[in-house]
Write a protein that binds this ligand. Structure first.
Ligand SMILES: C=Cc1ccc(O)cc1
Length: 178
């Protein structure tokens, strides 16, 4: 994708894959002006995926976007996207229990909200693990808003490469071989 991002509308509907400088690989979709979907391919909670997470999405200045949300696990996230520079800065604030039991969160969260809420009461919150990192964007796609095919299945090992190679979505940004 070679477009220049200028407005909030340019950003909404965009699908990204990026790798943080600590090696963690994430896939994230600006589904609409208040909703995000994501899938985690590498790092402490690789294998986790989430759809329809409510988020605050704003443009700070032309082509620079801030997104923040709090999750049912108690994890808080703040992301700054600079898509014209293929760059992101993200900070993740993990409760202590996610650091100690990451495997509980490695699932399709939407089907296990009760477990996330029970776990955040049962285990400890503090001290939190704060992970501030820059990331390099390795893929950008214009999926359009409210496209349910973007994040629609669990991550598998070659998925980021399949997406980057153009093997995963058809010309209408629908999942191939569904
Ligand atoms: C915890 C979720 C999360 C999603 C995307 C991202 O870049 C960082 C954290």
């Amino acid at each position: 994708m070679t477009k220049k991002f200028e407005t909030l509308d340019d950003f909404l509907g965009t699908h990204f894959i990026y790798t943080y400088d600590n090696g963690w690989e994430y896939e994230w979709y600006a589904k609409n002006d208040h909703t995000v979907d994501y899938r985690i391919h590498g790092g402490m909670v690789a294998g986790r995926w989430v759809t329809d997470q409510e988020a605050n999405i704003v443009m700070l200045t032309a082509g620079i976007y801030n997104i923040s949300w709090t999750e049912p696990t108690g994890t808080d996230v703040a992301l700054d996207f600079l898509p014209n520079e293929n760059k992101i800065h993200g900070t993740i604030f993990f409760p202590k229990w996610v650091e100690e039991h990451p495997e509980i969160t490695v699932t399709y969260q939407n089907e296990h909200i009760d477990l996330m809420e029970e776990s955040r009461e049962k285990y400890e919150t503090y001290p939190k693990l704060v992970v501030p990192e820059f990331a390099k964007i390795t893929y950008m796609g214009d999926a359009g808003q409210n496209n349910e095919d973007v994040i629609s299945e669990a991550p598998y090992a070659s998925m980021p490469d399949d997406i980057r190679a153009g093997k995963y979505f058809d010309e209408n940004y629908k999942r191939v071989n569904k």
